[in-house]
Design a protein around this ligand. Structure first.
Ligand code: PLP
Length: 400
């Protein structure tokens, strides 16, 4: 017998939670999971995470931490050992110059970005955000009360962002510029010269820059670069990093921020009232990742280059699909607008939806990243899986 509960007080959520939307990428993952649950064989190009296993020495460090009962609260911003390891790794790899007080570890890069935006952006502040953007930036800014000022980039120029393009959007209300190189979703890499020019501009105008460098090690140009090396502009910038992609540790949740001590201390205050420290055991694993051999990072990078060449070649061979060559991260961002107006398809969402339901290939539609002509393909998978998906896509598009 079911009981009917009478609703006397309608549920009213806050205005701020109604300002944001669920992540577009998570929505695709959920729909693909649902199909798989029905026994359907889905080729998954949706999820933005490495297909590699976490390196053995990192897993062993976590197991040792459990055995040693390293299971208490730690300092909110992470242990001194971890913060020193982050700072040291960054100095060695990128010639940066940070102290422990200028470093905070958080529960993933996403958490670091959320905290950073929360302490910097106020109601009415403008935030310059290059398009296409990673899905969460826009919602994090909105949640903080800020307004995104979108910087449209040109696909024909590989979605390149220059200081001149940024300068045109600066107003007295500009508080922050968000950079993400290599970019999710386009794979575009900003040149060190362009990044330096943006930092110079921001420094001159008193504007903050958050450089999301979660894919900094997955750079295929041969010129790996972090704004952290621009020591003279340190007072205006935040470098956000993550172990998720670099060491195939997405589920472990460990990210960090390198920033002026006053920003780190504000982020730490916020973190102290929400999650507190990142998981103690994960912190030990992270130290092993950062201090151990970096060979695994280079091996994965080489493999991603093979996968990128394979998927871009395969996509370009499909008549009607155009695809720029991504220079970093592990996403291809093909333009599928050629198919709009065919067989009832009007948008990238239609393409992604039909690809999933009819061809059983999961991709993410570009609308969530701010462009209407593209779909995002994560190529962090095996060559065999890429071939299966490409074949299905070839048939699907061929029939339109
Ligand atoms: C551009 C970008 N920034 C940040 C993140 C956050 O990664 P995590 O929270 O796993 O460190 C992601 C994850 O997909 C990303 O693509």
């Amino acid at each position: 017998m079911s009981t009917v509960v009478e609703v006397t007080h309608p549920i009213k959520l806050t205005e701020r939670i109604n300002r944001i939307e669920p992540s577009a990428t998570m929505a695709v993952v959920a729909e693909a999971d649902k199909l798989r649950g029905q026994g359907i064989d889905v080729v998954d190009f949706g999820a933005g995470e490495p297909h590699f296993a976490t390196p053995a020495h990192v897993k062993e460090a976590a197991i040792a931490a459990i055995q040693a009962n390293f299971s208490k609260y730690t300092a909110v911003a992470g242990t001194a050992e971890l913060r020193d390891a982050i700072v040291h790794r960054h100095a060695v790899d990128f010639d940066s110059d940070y102290r422990r007080e200028e470093c905070i570890a958080s529960v993933g890069g996403k958490h670091a970005l959320f905290n950073a935006i929360s302490v910097l952006v106020d109601h009415g502040d403008e935030v310059i955000l290059p398009v296409p953007y990673w899905v969460s930036f826009k919602d994090m800014v909105r949640y903080a009360g800020g307004n995104c000022v979108l910087l449209e980039s040109d696909e024909a120029q590989g979605f390149r962002v220059t200081a001149d393009m940024v300068a045109r959007l600066v107003t007295p209300r500009t508080k922050l510029i968000i950079l993400n190189s290599p970019s999710n979703p386009s794979g575009a890499v900003m040149s060190p010269e362009d990044m330096t020019a943006v930092l110079q501009l921001a420094h001159r105008r008193g504007i903050w820059v958050i450089s999301d460098e979660c894919y900094v090690y997955l750079n295929y140009t041969g010129k790996r670069f972090s704004v952290g090396s621009l020591r003279e502009y340190k007072d205006r910038m935040l470098v956000v990093g993550s172990l998720s992609k670099t060491y195939a540790m997405t589920g472990w949740r460990l990210g960090y921020t390198l920033a002026p001590a006053v920003i780190v201390s504000a982020m730490s205050k916020l973190q102290s009232q929400s999650t507190s420290n990142p998981t103690s055991i994960v912190q030990k694993a992270a130290v092993a990742a950062l201090k151990g051999s970096q060979e695994c990072v280079e091996q994965m990078r080489q493999e991603y280059i093979n996968l990128r060449d394979h998927v871009v070649g395969g996509l370009r061979a499909i008549p009607g699909v155009r695809c720029t060559l991504p220079e970093g991260a592990f996403y291809a961002y093909p333009n599928v607008s050629e198919f709009f107006g065919r067989a009832g398809i009007q948008s990238a969402s239609d393409v992604a939806g039909r690809l999933l339901r009819e061809a059983h290939v999961a991709t993410v539609p570009g609308e969530g990243f701010g462009t209407k002509d593209h779909i995002r393909i994560s190529y962090a998978t095996s060559i065999a899986e890429l071939d299966r998906g490409l074949e299905r896509m070839r048939k699907f598009f061929g029939a339109l």
